[in-house]
Design a binder for this molecule. Structure first.
Ligand code: S3P
Length: 191
C-alpha cells in the first residue's frame, strides 16, 4: 500500500480549487487505485489511512485486529483520519469502515469533499475473492458477506458523501476524471 506524498501537492490548478478529497467506499471499491490518479490529475498529494496506521504500528491491519481487536483498530483509524484532515490539498483513501464513526464523517466533511466510490457487490467480489489480507472477508461465503455488510453500510456511505461516483464497468481513469469533475463542480458552488 502506498502512502507517499506527491511533492507537487501545493500546486493547485487555477480551475481546481484547494481542499482535501476523501474517498470512502467498501473494501475493493478502488479507493487505493483511483486515489493516486485523482491526486495526479488535481495536483494534490495522496495518502492512505490504512497505510499510515500500518507504518506507525509496524504491522498489518490484519495483525492489529487479530492481536488487539477491531475497537483498537478503529481508535487508530480515528487518529489517522484526524491527521489526514489536518493536511492540505491531499487525496485521502480511507478504510471501508471509516464512515461507521460519526466523528470521522464530521471531520472529513469539514476538511474537504467526501466522495463515495459506489461499486456493486459482484464487482467487489471479483476483486477480493482471492485476497486474504482483509480480516472482515476471511469467511467461506465471501459474496454473501459482502452483500450483507454492504447493505448495512450503503445508507451510511450515501449520507457521508458530498458526491457519488457509480463505478460499475468503468476504468480507474474514468472514475478519477468523474470524481475530479464532481468535486470541482461542488467546490465552484461553494466559492
Ligand atoms: C475495513 C476495510 C479495510 C481496512 C480494515 C477494515 C472495513 O480497508 O480498513 O480491514 O471495515 O471495511 P479497505 O477498504 O482499504 O480494504
Amino acid at each position: 500500500m502506498s502512502c507517499s506524498i506527491n511533492p507537487n501537492r501545493r500546486k493547485v490548478k487555477r480551475n481546481d480549487p484547494p481542499g482535501n478529497i476523501f474517498l470512502v467506499g467498501f473494501m475493493g471499491s478502488g479507493k487505493s487505485t483511483v486515489g493516486p490518479i485523482i491526486a495526479s490529475i488535481s495536483s494534490r498529494g495522496f495518502i492512505d489511512t490504512d497505510a499510515l496506521i500500518e507504518r506507525a504500528e509496524g504491522v498489518s491491519i490484519g495483525q492489529i485486529i487479530k492481536a488487539h481487536g477491531e475497537p483498537r483498530f478503529r481508535a487508530l483509524e480515528l487518529k489517522a483520519i484526524e491527521r489526514a484532515c489536518a493536511m492540505q490539498n491531499v487525496v485521502v483513501s480511507t478504510g471501508g469502515g471509516s464512515v461507521l464513526d460519526g466523528e470521522n464523517v464530521f471531520n472529513m466533511r469539514n476538511s474537504g469533499t467526501v466522495v463515495w466510490l459506489n461499486c456493486p457487490p459482484e464487482v467487489i467480489y471479483e476483486r477480493v475473492k482471492n485476497d486474504n489480507s482483509r480480516p472482515l472477508l476471511q469467511v467461506n461465503d465471501k459474496l454473501s458477506t459482502i452483500r450483507e455488510i454492504l447493505s448495512c453500510r450503503e445508507l451510511i456511505y450515501r449520507r457521508a458523501a458530498h458526491v457519488i461516483v457509480n463505478c460499475e464497468s468503468k476504468k480507474p481513469f474514468r472514475i478519477a476524471r468523474e470524481a475530479c469533475n464532481l468535486v470541482r463542480q461542488r467546490r465552484a458552488t461553494q466559492l
